[in-house]
Design a binder for this molecule. Sequence first.
Ligand code: 5RP
Length: 288
Amino acid sequence: MEVGGGVRYHMDWGMKNRMSRIINPETGRCVMLAVDHGYFQGPTTGLRNLGKTVNPLLPYADAVMITAGALKNWIDPTMNKPVVLRVSGGNSMELPDELSDEIITTNMEDAIRMNASAVTCSVYVGSPHQRQTIENLAKIVNEGNKYGIPVLAVTAVGRRLSQEGGKDAKDMVRNERYLGLASRICVEVGAHMVKTYYCEEFEKVVEACGNVPVVIAGGKKIDEIDALKMAKNAVSAGARGVDMGRNIFQSDCPVGMIKATRAIVHDNATVDHAYEIYLEEKARSSGR
Ligand code: 5RP
């Protein structure tokens, strides 16, 4: 695969084929829909009936990030979108100070049986179980390389780090120093894609990841216009797209939000134009 910087990045055919199902080869970008939240948040707002929320969004997503259980319960196996299967878990919102205590929950054979196009796990840099989560990543990277399954590494922030930061918690982890460190560690371990949060000077995070595509998480629900601005800033800084959840499915018009996000990611739409797309869809759906 010819990738940034003129460097030839060697991947086998299956790996390349799966990557190109996720990252559109025509635009080099991706709108991934993240609906894996239940693995530690339970029936979170918008995903109690996951199928009802997610199925109408699938036509506009390039890929869906989801757990094995949610896939089997709520998604029809005839759907034809690439699955990025979350294979880590073991934590919950009930034990918030130890979010980093994750294990691998789904093995590679199961992922292959479910026709996963990629697998994903979280890495908690700076948290008590940092080493364990890096080990989880290393394990699935090694198995992924064996079977041609790409791995998306998620840079997750443990509760302890946030709490120690007090009111400055966000500043401690929403900056290029921390996110660059966490993302680069994932790259060094061999992740094929990285999902991280957007921050100021995001181009430095992207640069630190070399040829490995970087996508952003949406984070907690914010105003639609602000989420679209964030997506625009991220792709302008070199992100290959988004892997967004709450800012799509918790919107008052999820279809409008995913269409607007697509326009930014794939068509280089301005934020104003994308917001118009969202408003139009919202007006259309409320007039029904
Ligand atoms: C946690 C995750 C989430 O489960 C999810 O994918 C995040 O998406 P968003 O922040 O856009 O709701 O990866 O680390």
